[in-house]
Write a protein that binds this ligand. Structure first.
Ligand code: ATP
Ligand code: MG
Length: 416
């Protein structure tokens, strides 16, 4: 009987030596989670691949697309599984070529993991090739530079045949690289930075600073939409939200206009660092790109960096806006980010922000308001939403205690 399966290929995991099985196990867990709306029969390991089988073959193409979004997947092939019978795997090869799109030339590439199978690879190539030549008389065989390759893998008990593959997002399975806290605005850049670090295997915990109560909460909803959009990648379990408006107003009244943004950002980084400590996260992530706006000059980056000890990752620092936009379009966040919403960044903005902050002036301004008191207050009032989007995410114990004490105010905000 011929059935449909997806074959998942992963590159880097194969290189990880002793860690290999940990990485493979995590990828299986993440795939199960990401594919929980599909009729999955099984996810199994077979000779350097993962094999995903279905109870209903009709959704194999949608399944392959969902698989391709999961970090750690280099490529996913939309395959046919057949018995080790010539008429079955030859018929599957004809069907595989039919759904491989436009092509002029092709070749067959057979591989025999089950070496006890009676046909050798050259014989398999010839056999399947001749059936395909008959089925597609106008197409040419080209063994050097074919448009399409039809793979025929003979494994123990089965044969897998495929011609069509989707390129996966690559990277490493989420949950194999620890936790990071990402400063997430509803702009274009930080969702991309968040996704990039998640793709490298990190469990990402976004923190969003909204202008509430001085602005509406639109930016918070946009950030929720962004997190939902990234759900297929399985990188985010929880998002924290800080209603920053009132404290911003106090800061704006206390410090010289030109230094306001730097003060806001120092506060944001310090609060994010505290959340990272509570969460057991080992780095912060931002969407900054050198020189893009006033706060992203080297001087201003230094004036903000110095308030925290935790490493700060800026995966976009050397990228141009156009490249970031392309990536945002690819991961599906661009449209959401293109909607304008006031957040803490648009609130109490100076007319002329300082672009080359002098540290002595920064330090003086920093002492002109009760930054530690404000940080404690904002952390006391912090809210969070659980998305259930990341199977390796474990909420911190200290937060649970914290919220047991706080009672119902935050729990109403928790999204199941
Ligand atoms: P983005 O498109 O990510 O908003 P940006 O080009 O608008 O970035 P800034 O507004 O200077 O640049 O923000 C730089 C970085 O600071 C952002 O990429 C993000 O990591 C963080 N950040 C900015 N605003 C917020 C916010 N309201 N909440 C959380 N993080 C923020
Ligand atoms: Mg912004």
């Amino acid at each position: 009987m011929i059935s449909r399966v997806c074959l998942v290929h992963y590159h880097e995991i194969g290189l990880k030596g002793k860690n290999r099985s940990r990485f493979e196990n995590q990828l299986v867990v993440n795939l199960r989670h990401a594919l929980n709306t599909f009729p999955i029969a099984d996810i199994a390991r077979i000779s350097g691949h993962l094999l995903i089988s279905l109870t209903d073959d009709s959704c194999v193409h949608q399944l392959a697309h969902a698989v391709s979004l999961v970090p750690g997947v280099a490529r996913v092939s939309i395959a046919f599984r057949t018995a080790q019978r010539e008429e079955e795997f030859c018929s599957a090869a004809v069907q595989a070529l039919a759904e491989a799109g436009e092509f002029v030339s092709f070749k067959v590439h057979a591989h025999r993991a089950a070496t006890n199978y009676h046909l050798h690879t050259l014989e398999l190539n010839r056999l399947v090739g001749s059936v395909l030549c008959e089925a597609y008389p106008t197409k040419k065989v080209d063994v050097h530079n074919p448009d399409i390759t039809v793979y025929v893998n003979v494994v123990q008990g089965d044969v897998f045949v495929y011609a069509a593959s989707l390129i996966g997002v690559g990277g490493l399975p989420v949950g194999t690289a620890g936790k990071v806290v990402s400063l997430l605005s509803s702009g274009i850049d930080s969702p991309v930075a968040t996704w990039m670090v998640g793709r490298r295997g990190a469990n990402v915990i976004p923190i969003h600073f909204s202008g509430r109560p001085m602005t509406a909460d639109t930016s918070e909803y946009l950030c929720q939409d962004i997190v939902e959009k990234l759900r297929g990648a399985g990188i985010i379990g929880r998002m924290y939200v800080v209603a920053f408006g009132e404290v911003q107003r106090e800061i704006s009244l206390a410090v010289p206009q030109g230094l306001r943004i730097i003060m806001y950002r120092r506060m944001m980084f310090k609060i994010a660092e505290r959340i990272a400590r509570i969460e057991g996260a080992q780095a912060l992530v931002t969407g900054e790109s050198l020189g893009q706006v006033a706060s992203q000059t080297l001087e201003n980056i230094a004036a903000v960096n110095e308030v925290v000890e935790i490493p700060i990752f800026r995966p976009l620092i050397g990228t141009d806006k156009q490249e970031i936009i392309q990536r945002a379009q690819q991961i599906g966040t661009f449209e959401i980010s293109s909607q304008t919403a006031p957040d803490c960044c648009t609130l109490f903005m100076p007319r002329r922000p300082e672009t080359r902050a002098r540290l002595a002036e920064v330090h003086t301004a920093w002492e002109q308001f009760d930054h530690e008191g404000f940080i404690d207050k904002l952390l006391d009032e912090i809210e969070y939403i659980d998305f259930g989007g990341c199977p390796s995410y474990r909420p911190p114990k200290s937060m649970r205690t914290y919220h047991a004490i706080l009672g119902s105010a935050q729990s109403s905000f928790v999204k199941e």
